[in-house]
Design a protein around this ligand. Structure first.
Ligand code: PHE
Ligand code: NA
Length: 453
């Protein structure tokens, strides 16, 4: 029996981890990406496959990550190093921690740009700047918002500064204090939007669209996109969940908390669909309008409805809070690492990281204006950050962490940490050894297919 390291921090309340991890999971992935992907990949069939991926890949791997975090009591690099050491294995495995930390940083570098869109649209909704009478008119507003680097940069900088301010304050006073009011607030706003959507006249059509499982509609591209999205939406392999797990008290059940977080994340994605699609359908718009769905079609639809402006404001406040509670989790690994293993104060670590983040995110922001043709293989810098993280780094990191836990470490480590009975443990081990890795390998095959085009 090795003496266990004491945690560097602990959540204050029993709900601290659940709120923070749900805050991390619920984000632009649920409210921006999930609806437009569902629209593009044909509705119910995509939803069904996505749910299977959450269950078969997402949940087992989330348990692995929380397990590393709590067992190793540290940010990804240190936690993984400690856990492999306990089994007498090579500390080289901590490369998985490095990759996760880098991945969280890279995601945040483009995430703040999309979050910046959300804040700027909130401002437009309040100040009456979202007036157009056609999709083209809304597209022009979207384009104009992107065209000036000073304008777009202002909004993404605002998100970066807010994120670093919260993270710099610490786990309890920064992260936990903010998720404690933002998460319930978000749920209330989402509920208001769904009630509104029920009376919009398009609710039945939206239900059919989301839950009419027509498997014939399923393309292989949709299947693979669903798997990639399972990683992104649950914040896996990017340091977020692992680091939050390192603050989880010993007595909490990892299995139970994982299911709670995954179910909440899934419910919010479905609720976002139920809030958005009825409004889209009631106004006869196309659900397959891509990443611009919530920035072009949705505001246009709201314009034509009673209390539309109020609903727009509620929507963009909710989206901004969802984005912020995710953003703080992406950078926590880096700040915790600088603090715990380099002895830098959290405030200094947050500002230092924030400056580097600001530089990289500014480059990503420029992809929408002056840097639009700085492309490599047809992708802008923004596109590359998204592509590298969700196509390669997250699946590769998840695969590595699953195989390490399933085949390399001594079985007692995870058995003890997860606290499962024998049947549940055997099921988890089977998932982590075979089912999840196989799913991930399919994502790689897809990515390679795209590369050879
Ligand atoms: N899960 C978040 C979302 O759905 C995104 C995220 C990815 C957060 C990786 C943290 C780490 O928007
Ligand atoms: Na999510």
């Amino acid at each position: 029996m090795t003496t266990r390291k004491k945690p560097n921090n602990l959540w204050v309340s029993r709900w601290g981890f659940i709120l923070a991890a749900t805050g991390s999971a619920v984000g632009l992935g649920n409210i921006w990406k999930f609806p437009y992907m569902t629209g593009e990949y044909g509705g119910g069939a995509f939803v069904l496959v996505y749910l299977v991926c959450i269950l078969a890949i997402g949940i087992p791997i989330m348990m692995v990550e929380i397990g590393y975090g709590r067992r190793g009591r540290g940010s990804p690099i240190d936690a993984i190093r400690r856990v492999v050491k306990e089994s007498g294995r090579s500390s080289g495995w901590s490369v998985l921690g490095w990759m996760a930390m880098l991945c969280g940083f890279m995601i945040l570098s483009f995430y703040v740009v999309v979050a910046g869109w959300s804040v700027s649209y909130l401002w437009k909704a309040i100040s009456g700047g979202l007036n157009a009478d056609s999709v083209d008119g809304m597209a022009a507003i979207f384009g104009a918002n992107n065209a000036s680097p000073l304008n777009l940069g202002f909004w993404s900088t605002l998100v970066t500064v807010t994120t670093m301010l919260i993270v710099g304050k610490g786990v309890q006073d920064g992260i936990e204090r903010n998720v404690r009011w933002m998460m319930p607030g978000m749920v209330i706003m989402l509920a208001i939007m769904i009630v509104y959507a029920m009376f919009s006249g398009g609710f039945g059509q939206a239900l059919d669209f989301l839950f009419g499982f027509e498997l014939g509609k399923l393309s292989s591209a949709g299947l693979l996109a669903a798997m990639g999205h399972a990683f992104f939406t649950l914040s896996l392999a990017s340091g977020a969940i692992l680091t939050y797990g390192s603050y989880l008290p010993d007595e909490s059940s990892i299995a139970r908390t994982t299911f709670t977080v995954a179910i909440c994340d899934t419910l919010v994605a479905l609720m976002a669909g139920l809030a958005i699609f009825p409004v889209i359908f009631a106004n006869g718009m196309d659900p397959a309008s891509g990443p611009g769905l919530i920035f072009m079609s949705l505001p246009l639809a709201f314009q034509q409805m009673p209390f539309g402006t109020l609903l727009e404001i509620i929507f963009f406040v909710m989206l901004t809070m969802a984005a912020l509670t995710s953003a703080i989790s992406m950078i926590e690994a880096t700040v915790a690492w600088l603090n715990e293993s380099k002895g830098i104060s959290r405030t200094k670590a947050a500002w230092g990281t924030g400056i580097v983040l600001w530089i990289v995110s500014t480059l990503a922001m420029l992809s929408f204006n002056v840097g639009a043709d700085w492309t490599l293989a047809g992708k802008t810098f923004f596109d590359w950050l998204d592509y590298l993280t969700s196509r390669w780094m997250m699946p590769l990191g998840g695969l590595g962490m699953a195989l390490l836990a399933g085949f390399v470490l001594r079985n007692e480590v995870f058995k003890a940490e997860l606290g499962l009975n024998n049947t549940h443990y055997a099921l988890w081990l089977f998932m982590i050894r075979y089912v999840s890795p196989l799913g991930i390998v399919l994502i790689f095959i897809d990515a390679l297919g795209i590369m050879t085009l």
